[in-house]
Design a protein around this ligand. Sequence first.
Ligand code: EPZ
Length: 430
Amino acid sequence: MERYAIKGGNPLVGEVEIGGAKNAALPILAASTMTNETVYIDNMPDVRDINVMLSAMKDIGVLEERTGRHQVTLNAGNIHSLVVENDSIKKIRASYYLVGALLGKYHHAEVALPGGCDIGCRAIDQHIKGFKALGAEVVIEHGLIKAKAENLVGNHIYMDCVSVGATINILMAATLAEGTTIIENAAKEPHVVDLANFLNSMGARIKGAGTDVIRVKGVTKLHGSEYTIIPDQIEAGTFMFAAAITKGDILVKNVIPKHLESITAKLLEIGCEVEESDDCMRVVASKPLKTTHVKTLPYPGYPTDMQPQITTALAMAQGTSIVTDTIFENRFKYVDELIKMGANIKVEGTTAIIDGVGHFTGATISAPDLRAGAALVLAALSADGFTLVEDIQYIERGYEDFPEKLQSLGAQIEFVENERDFQKFQLKTG
Ligand code: EPZ
């Protein structure tokens, strides 16, 4: 099992290029099964969750060719099965996007229930409510969500909570339903908008994505498309916080600054300098970090996927900060690992009370999930001494070339397989 060996203490300095958004790419892949024509997608991130999704699609007959590391051509004209239960698909959350896509196109789908990061109860009642409102029968049996419809007919759907996944799933099914669907209290995240733009590029008639109310006029068929995925908001935000946490100076390139506004606002509050240009953000942390309070919220609020990164930064600030995660109820599991590194954080329910300690010390820690894993790596890069980060497979789900990108900024981080490799790393860098 591979782990990261890290020697902390170097401020990260330099430039880093951000890849395509994983959470936009996953529904866009699912949506590409909704046409029989060929779809060409650019800026596809090469991360584990995407590769699992591609292999599940291949299993049901989607023809796929990676024409470059970040380019993929797909043709779903010969799908031979509407049952998706590939073993690895059970491990990724986005598997359920194939329900909306296949239900829309074939009026039938059976997909293994989603896994994904263990960050709290991840209900799917709003997805089911939406599919039923469009006329589908939905049951959960033997670990599969089974959805079937004679006809899909547009409807007025009010979402009881703001859900990225449910908005996306309903959007896909409604695209090929008869008549108009109105989704109220829809999620507004950039990846929801990117999916809607992709569907529109295939001939869908979707308006209002990015607002609370999305209107979908059903069409009978979608056509092929060429599409480029937006840059990853959370990868960009993670590198912006890498500057804050390591007291560095990083130019984060190929981003959409508008998507980063809540992250930029918090970095300014904690005392970083942030310079914005057309498609770059530069973050400089030359002064001691200040405290702040944070509440995660649906977009345009501060993202839950950036909660571990800001908590880690605040654990180094002088004074007390409070961070509340209002989206997921179990997203502070990594705090025990930060405590091993010297942090002083108390978690009460969905709130963390953080007394900043100025600096961390290296330890053996383990990544409990994707974003927390990335935040722990950043903590290790700022810490005195050596850290061994275990369970890095979580980080590889969503960050492409994470150690390589960090190395290019001056980080001392390497893959190691065992204790002996770790000792060699310590001798080499010590
Ligand atoms: C997406 O998850 C992302 N995953 C998550 O990113 C992200 O943290 C989350 O949105 C919030 O932004 C993908 O895009 C693949 P939700 P999703 O449905 O769609 C409740 C990462 O690190 N809810 O918006 O599962 C739910 O319990 C991952 O990249 C219901 O109650 O999130 C949660 O409290 C981790 N019923 C809240 O809504 C439902 O039917 C938000 O969940 C659906 C959701």
